[in-house]
Design a protein around this ligand. Structure first.
Ligand SMILES: Cc1cc2nc3c(=O)[nH]c(=O)nc-3n(C[C@H](O)[C@H](O)[C@H](O)COP(=O)(O)OP(=O)(O)OC[C@H]3O[C@@H](n4cnc5c(N)ncnc54)[C@H](O)[C@@H]3O)c2cc1C
Length: 299
């Protein structure tokens, strides 16, 4: 099928994009890499009257790898993020698991986060690192028929951003301009592992683990983030299974068991709930051990 008719807008600046989004209201949609939106349009699962293509807004294409956080602009492609030298291992590993090279060359990291597919890697990474998304909209001024072109920005924490399958906190008049991934604390390690039926498919379950040690190499914290086992990225606090032990003496299977008991996956056409729970168990144990090794190297 072909998409339904729409008015195509190609603004060259954030201000112009926001003005168009404000005018279009509920009838407008942002087009970034198009890797999720175009199939939805072609299947007529979404029928916006106005498409706002942001691909000409070069100011949105950047990776700012600061000492506290990595800031990713809305036009940065998955592939650009994955090959950036200043990006931490977790982001690189997880981004490398997104789909195939052709899709990573076009799809954007911020688009993936806004799209909020519960099977997608980047939303879970953002949740694990307690990141946030910066949203921009045109400021409306009292007494004006059209929204003014000043920009209003708000930052939404990952914990509040993902509302349900394919539903995020972005309002129709807003553009997500940046995703912020905080860097883990010193003496931390991370790992991303996942299993999919064919390489490049969405994973049946993806697992990221963040482990933090103290100066004596005892585990002080461990958290798991999971895709494919809930309507949004699922975070599980693993600390009670592993805290206080010297890192070499930790039984990561205990963390896996804790995680498997905490998630509530459902049966679907791809896998049973029991199978996904087993994946959570095994991947948590393996990712926890790998993250601990990285934390030791970091300390
Ligand atoms: C065959 C195939 C396999 C895939 N496999 C995976 C996978 O394994 N893992 C994975 O994570 N993803 C996968 N994807 C999805 C891919 O990662 C997409 O790139 C991503 O989901 C959306 O990014 P995009 O830039 O293409 O967004 P688009 O398709 O352009 O937009 C997606 C949605 O987000 C909105 N949007 C996008 N950017 C913004 C913005 N800046 N502000 C406000 N709204 C915005 C759009 O309006 C739309 O609703 C796959 C896609 C395909 C086609």
């Amino acid at each position: 099928m072909k998409p339904p008719p729409f008015v195509y807008h190609r603004p060259a600046s954030v201000v112009a994009a926001l003005a168009t989004l404000a005018e279009a209201g509920e009838d407008g949609k942002v087009l970034a890499g198009g890797q999720s939106l175009v199939p939805l349009l072609n299947m007529r699962l979404t029928q916006p009257g106005h498409l706002v293509d942001i691909n000409r807004i070069r100011e949105l294409s950047y990776v700012d790898a600061g000492s506290d956080a990595v800031r990713v602009g809305a036009l940065t492609r998955h592939a650009e993020l994955a090959r950036h030298p200043g990006v931490p291992a977790l982001l690189r590993e997880a981004t490398g698991c997104v789909a195939h090279p052709a899709i990573r060359n076009r799809g954007t990291t911020v688009g993936s986060i806004v799209h909020a597919d519960p099977a997608a890697e980047l939303p879970a990474v953002l949740a694990l690192l307690r990141g946030s998304v910066t949203l921009a909209s045109a400021a409306a001024r009292p007494g004006r028929a059209r929204p003014d072109q000043e920009i209003v920005r708000r930052s939404v924490a990952a914990a509040d951003f993902f509302l349900g399958p394919l539903t995020s906190a972005v309002r129709p008049d807003e553009l997500a301009v940046e995703a912020v991934f905080p860097r883990p604390a010193p003496r931390s390690g991370t790992a991303w592992l996942e299993l999919s039926r064919r390489k490049g498919d969405f994973a049946l379950c993806g697992t990221g683990v963040l482990v933090t040690l103290d100066e004596d190499r005892r585990v002080t914290g461990a958290t798991g983030a999971y895709t494919g086992v809930g309507p949004v990225p699922v975070l599980v606090e693993l600390t009670e299974a592993v805290a206080g032990r010297p890192v070499d003496a930790v039984d990561w299977d205990r963390a896996g068991t804790l995680a498997a008991g905490a998630v509530a996956p459902e049966d679907d056409i791809h896998a049973t709930a029991a199978y996904r729970r087993q994946l959570v168990r095994v991947l948590s144990a393996r990712a926890g051990a790998a993250a601990a090794r990285m934390a030791v190297a970091d300390g």
